[in-house]
Design a protein around this ligand. Structure first.
Ligand code: NAD
Ligand code: WQD
Length: 336
């Protein structure tokens, strides 16, 4: 049985689909602070399979004790966390508590229950403004410029030292690049609260008429067209990487880091054009000054995951754009 924390969220719900499809038994733990039970219900309908669901908080030690007593958990896929960079700057203590304390409480409960396998949702944000491109797993991490990024680095380091002290643990830190897209059914997808911070949800809401135009943050970067370059990865590819990582850490104990990206960098204007082309919709945009804290370019060297996990992203930009639009068009107001 797999414990999936944050399984009602954007990436977690796609993970749940993959797990149920692969016949895993799953218990989801989520406090629904940034998600909707509808996502879980839809995944159960899509797969024709049921999961267990516990509404609870990863910081609640009693809830975790009960959960580990009730279910025979073999491994944990840990997605639960707060993820807004801007919000973390305004409310750092809330982010430290939720993401760092929450992960610590979870690790302690795992140790008590003798469950020592965990796959953690980390982020390429731990590389800061990267010292080299493409980014390999040996590219040095740097002190993140925002509290959100700090929480990811802190949890990675906690887990690394835990493995050092007790080699019977097996940990995967998966450093995601920029997850986008949705399941091709259009049934589950990203449903940000309020005005989206991230590029693709913003473009999708312009396309559906909820927002008027995209602000392109910065056209004077040292990149081919002056706009920021990122490595966008389809969420379905991303979650498949987790299954490969789970298999690997079961056979090879220790602390492992993998980049989950495609290796391709696309600019903001590349993304606008790709969305327009795939979906035959105009996206009005305006060039604006840079957004504070942004870097010029960030893309992965995906070769370690290819070699060790036998996993590679397969879905290209056109699919990312078509699936984003299918989800947004059929759910113009998300799950609400
Ligand atoms: P999301 O907000 O959609 O999902 C996170 C889920 O965790 C939500 O369902 C939320 O209700 C739940 N949650 C939060 N705090 C909790 C707590 N204390 N107890 C129980 N449940 C809690 O976000 P997502 O985009 O699906 O991200 C999943 C994970 O991947 C996060 O850890 C995030 O930091 C990480 N990540 C996301 C991205 C991205 O761009 N989306 C990139 C890199 C890493
Ligand atoms: C992508 C590009 C923007 C919005 C963030 C987090 C990171 C990770 C993924 C969790 C940049 C530009 C954006 C807009 C724009 N999350 N942009 N107009 O900043 O690469 O990464 O999400 O771990 O930690 O920092 O993603 O989608 O916000 O931006 O021009 O309205 O699009 O400047 O170049 P980012 P993003």
């Amino acid at each position: 049985m797999i414990l999936l924390t944050g399984g009602a969220g954007y990436i977690g719900s796609h993970m749940l689909f993959e797990l149920l499809t692969a016949n895993y038994e799953v218990v989801v733990l989520d406090n629904l602070c940034n998600s909707n039970m509808t996502a879980i219900n839809r995944v159960q309908q899509m797969t024709g399979k049921a999961c267990h669901f516990v509404e609870g908080d990863i910081r609640d030690a009693g809830c975790l004790t009960d959960l580990f007593n009730q279910y025979a958990i073999d491994a944990v896929l840990h997605f639960a966390g707060l993820k807004s960079v801007g919000e973390s700057v305004a409310q750092p203590l809330r982010y430290f508590d939720n993401n760092i304390t929450g992960s610590l409480v979870l690790l302690k409960a795992m140790q008590s229950a003798q469950v020592k396998r965990i796959v953690f949702s980390s982020s390429a944000t731990v590389y800061g403004d990267p010292a080299e491109l493409p980014i390999t797993e040996s590219t040095p991490t740097s002190m993140p410029t925002n509290p959100y990024g700090y929480t990811k680095l802190a949890v990675e380091q906690m887990m690394m030292q835990l493995v050092d002290s007790d080699p019977s643990w097996s940990v995967a830190a998966l450093r995601y690049f920029n997850p986008v897209g949705a399941h091709s059914s259009g049934q589950i997808g990203e449903d940000p609260k309020g005005i989206p911070n991230n590029l693709l949800p913003y473009i999708a809401q312009v396309a559906v008429g909820r927002l008027q135009q995209l602000s392109v943050f910065g056209a004077d970067y040292n990149t081919p067209d002056g706009t920021g370059v990122r490595d966008y990865i389809h969420v379905v590819d991303l979650v498949k990487g987790h299954l490969a990582a789970l298999t690997y850490i079961t056979a090879n104990l220790g602390y492992h880091i993998w980049n989950l990206g495609t290796g391709e960098g696309y600019s903001v204007l590349d993304m606008v054009r790709a969305f327009e082309k795939a979906n035959n919709i105009d996206i009005p945009y305006k060039l604006e000054p840079r957004r504070a804290g942004d870097i010029a370019a960030c893309y992965a060297d995906p070769n370690k995951a290819i070699a060790e996990l036998n996993w590679q992203a397969e879905l290209g930009l056109e699919q990312m754009m078509a699936d984003t639009w299918h989800w947004q068009r059929t759910n113009p107001h998300g799950y609400s």
